[in-house]
Design a protein around this ligand. Structure first.
Ligand code: AMP
Length: 359
């Protein structure tokens, strides 16, 4: 089969790398002819909402998926009218607006942080009275990796904050004093089969994922998170990989956001699980049997942000896997990652300490 991917970033590249052994071929749409996907497939040049480029993609392939979340839902629906498009455009749209996303979580009984819509400075002040401070003001749309966010500690911080965020529709979220951030990656195949990987624990720096450790072994939380993910998968008759990021607070899971795609916090599954999120996404698109999502040890993943450490230094740590996305270095840009898998959590954490010193 020929599989089309909108966006040729590292996620698209890793999807293609997982799909090639299964005999699949990949074509991307991306503005950047040197995007990571160009190393492993043909690129049709164009923006993610360029109707001509997307129409060319739909003609060239048997089905279409995406590695970026900002494909407009209408553009996705136009493709879905021509060729199978997964995950479903409705799920893509639901994750694009933080307010409707939270309404969806509420409808499905998935707890979130307290929040309120903000459409003006006066609205912000009312929202702060409702939600309380400290809080985080986030744009409703097009925010990621901590961009489009302002932390508001005290009443004085409210002054001018709505304009500072661009004067666009926003949401005020109560600050969650979380103990941990956990994420669950799940997959549903075209034939309805579902599977979830073990929970992963994530740490962020400046809003960007820095490190993941998995499995996070807590059977009760795992069951709870799986219940939430399955509710979402059912809701959309979902096909492909879906990720939800949670805050853990006093034994409760509060959903922060969902990503209707393979996710950075699931990169550990390439070497740390029987079947990776990338391979299972491809299997799901094709209606193939899903592979086991069981962990094969204790995995740790470190993102390389802004600069890549020397390959030889990383590989000198036994059992480390290096992923260089082939991107030009820029501050705050995810350029690559590495993964270690060890027999025990303590050994994994020791290797992570050495990797962190390099990253
Ligand atoms: P987001 O873009 O919503 O994923 O936010 C990026 C990161 O900011 C999260 O992974 C958290 O570390 C932090 N963060 C976001 N929202 C909240 C919140 N309501 N309370 C506390 N921390 C948050």
């Amino acid at each position: 089969m020929n599989i089309g991917i909108i966006g040729a970033g590292q996620l698209g590249r890793m999807l293609a790398l997982a799909g090639y052994p299964l005999g699949q071929r990949f074509v991307f749409v991306d503005l950047d002819a040197d995007a990571p996907g160009a190393q492993v497939g043909r690129i049709i040049p164009g923006r993610f909402d360029d109707p001509a480029a997307l129409a060319r993609l739909a003609e060239a392939v048997d089905l279409v998926t995406f590695d970026v979340e900002n494909v407009p839902q209408a553009a996705a629906e136009a493709i879905a009218a021509k060729v199978p498009f997964f995950p479903p455009p409705a799920a893509l749209g639901a994750g694009q607006d933080r307010l409707t996303e939270k309404a969806l979580f509420a409808e499905l009984g998935i707890p979130t942080a307290p929040h309120a819509a903000v459409d003006s400075q006066a609205g912000l002040e009312a929202a702060a009275r409702q939600v309380g401070l400290p809080a985080i003001l986030k744009t409703r749309r097009l925010g990621y990796d901590g961009r489009g966010q302002l932390r508001l500690q005290a009443a004085a911080d409210l002054d001018g904050a709505f304009a500072a965020l661009g004067g666009v529709p926003a949401i005020l979220e109560g600050f969650v004093p979380f103990e941990r951030e956990l994420s669950l990656v799940a997959v549903r195949s075209r034939n309805g089969e579902t599977a979830c990987w073990p929970l992963a624990e994530n740490t962020h720096e400046h809003g960007i994922l820095r490190q993941t450790r998995a499995p996070w072994d807590d059977p009760q939380l795992q069951a709870l998170a799986e219940r939430h993910l399955r509710a979402l998968l059912d809701r959309f008759d979902y096909v492909g990989v879906l990720t939800v990021e949670f805050f853990l607070l006093e034994g409760r899971l509060l959903a922060n956001e969902m990503a209707p795609r393979v996710h950075n916090s699931g990169h550990w599954t390439i070497e740390g699980a029987v079947t990776s999120q990338f391979e299972n996404h491809v299997r799901a698109l094709l209606g193939l049997p899903l592979g086991s999502t069981a962990a094969v040890g204790h995995a740790g993943m470190v993102n390389f942000i802004g600069r890549l450490p020397a390959l030889e230094d990383v590989l000198a740590i036994e059992g480390t896997h290096y992923h260089d996305y082939g991107k030009a270095a820029r501050p705050n840009r995810k350029l690559g990652h590495c993964t270690v898998v060890r027999a025990s959590a303590a050994e994994r954490d020791e290797a992570l300490r050495r990797l962190e010193a390099l990253a």
